[in-house]
Ligand binder design. Structure first.
Ligand code: SF4
Ligand code: SF4
Length: 434
């Protein structure tokens, strides 16, 4: 029988909301074929229904919180395609975060993996200066060709991480955004912009393109200096305390205070955007109205209406949905509508654009075999469509898709949708600068 006592015995560190959340599942199985790990393994325990069943069993005390449960919690990509497929509204993402927190608390994760991930997330990603220092070091390693030289000697996860790392741009390209960029007249409003943790370091060109298109469309862009990492990767790893701490720091950084209030809180990374929207669930005290202002940059521009004239760009583009944009935020049409406005740009449909690419935060380092298997399916579909460009709005997806393109020897360039809009806005010949 379900009692508060056995809930707390099975899932010691988590909220009993987890148990309540598992009860929403009516075991219909409509999520099974949406799930990449079920499609590849055919195992019920590697499906959303199977994982919810495991968590419910643990909460009820008739399944022990064991290695089997831990493995399934971590084999899940967290793509949340199951949420889109589920007619019962199972909040799978929240269940997964709590399930992983319970697994971590029970000491069931590989200790080395947990320690490395913990250091990377808490001591590097969450600390801007340390991340900057690390990226500067890696840039030097790349410039000297040491990454290629020492690749055969690296442990598998590090070698994979090194292969996936994009070419790091020069120091100037990695500078933070200006605190304030005025919107082009006539002014339409003001937005706050989340730079993200890896975005300025590895995809500074995407951040700058985002600010340019927002300003060109009449919006002042405010980028408070005190902002920090959004905490999404921490939450996905089951480190809910760090995720909450980062969310609180951002809540304070984005308090307008003496500044003029803003209309929307913009991000250009799907994973960050989903985390911003979920701040009210993370923080018992709530986000103070911030979460409801969170918008993906493409969603916002589509909502307010693109104002500036775009020049033609004759190219074949496949748009691939980031899971945390389509499944966690329900945004699929906005980026496509914006790209369709570019004269002569041809959006080529590829099969299964809404399927995961296998990036999933740190997943492709922790679960390389499954990440690669998922990526291969994605690359089969993209290769069949033969695009010149592949657009996707999340840094992990950009790196994963680029790794797929490189390993297959394809010529397609992988970019964020705002880069194509920015290129078309400027009307100049344009080369990716990283
Ligand atoms: S989040 Fe993705 S991988 Fe995990 S159970 Fe749901 S569909 Fe499957
Ligand atoms: S679709 Fe929803 S209700 Fe049906 S089995 Fe999957 S999680 Fe449960």
């Amino acid at each position: 029988m379900q009692t508060e006592e056995n809930v707390s015995r099975g899932l010691p560190a988590t909220d009993s909301d987890l148990y309540a959340g598992t009860l929403d599942c009516v075991q219909c199985g409509l999520c099974l074929t949406a799930c990449p790990t079920y499609r590849l393994t055919g195992r019920e325990t590697s499906s959303p229904r199977g994982r919810v069943h495991l968590l419910r069993g643990v909460a009820e005390g008739h399944i022990s919180l064991s290695d089997v449960v831990a493995d399934e919690m971590h084999l899940c990509l967290g793509c949340r395609a199951c949420e889109t497929a589920c007619p019962s509204g199972v909040q799978y993402g929240a269940l997964l975060e709590q399930g992983r927190a319970a697994v971590a608390e029970a000491g069931l994760r590989n200790r080395l993996a947990q320690r490395v991930e913990g250091v990377a997330l808490r001591q590097v990603l969450a600390r801007r200066r340390r991340l900057k220092f690390l990226v500067a070091f890696l840039a030097g390693v790349q410039r000297l060709g040491l990454d290629r030289l020492f690749a055969p000697l690296l442990p598998q996860a590090l070698a994979r991480g090194s292969r996936m790392l994009p070419r790091i741009a020069g120091r100037k390209e990695r500078e933070r955004l200006p605190t304030f960029t005025p919107g082009k007249a006539p002014r339409r409003g003001r937005v706050a912009f989340l730079e993200g943790c890896v975005m300025p370091e590895l995809f500074g060109r995407v951040n700058r393109a985002s600010v340019r298109v927002l300003a060109a469309n009449g919006f002042d862009v405010w980028v408070p200096d005190e902002q920090v990492c959004c905490g999404a990767l921490h939450a996905h790893a089951g480190d809910l305390d760090s995720a909450r701490e980062l969310a609180r720091q951002n809540k304070s950084a984005f308090e307008p205070g003496d500044h003029e209030p803003f209309d929307a809180w913009i991000s250009n990374s799907a994973g960050c955007g989903a985390a911003l929207r979920e701040m009210d669930h993370w923080l018992p005290e709530g986000s103070g109205g911030l979460a409801e202002k969170a918008r993906d940059v493409t969603e916002f521009l589509d909502e307010v209406g693109w104002r500036e004239e775009l020049s033609s760009f004759s190219a074949r583009v496949c748009y691939d949905d980031p899971c945390h944009l389509i499944h966690a935020q329900g945004i699929a049409k906005a980026p496509r509508r914006l790209l369709e406005m570019i004269p002569e740009l041809q959006i080529v449909q590829h099969a299964n654009a809404d399927h995961c690419c296998g990036a999933a935060g740190t997943y492709n380092l922790m679960q390389p075999a499954m990440a690669q298997a998922v990526l291969e399916k994605k690359m089969d579909d993209l290769e069949a469509a033969d695009p010149e460009w592949i657009a996707s709005g999340n840094p992990g997806c950009l790196m994963q898709l680029q790794a797929g393109v490189s390993s297959r020897g394809l010529k397609a360039k992988v970019v964020h949708p705002v880069e194509l809009l920015d290129r078309s806005l400027s009307g100049s010949d344009w080369e990716m600068d990283a």
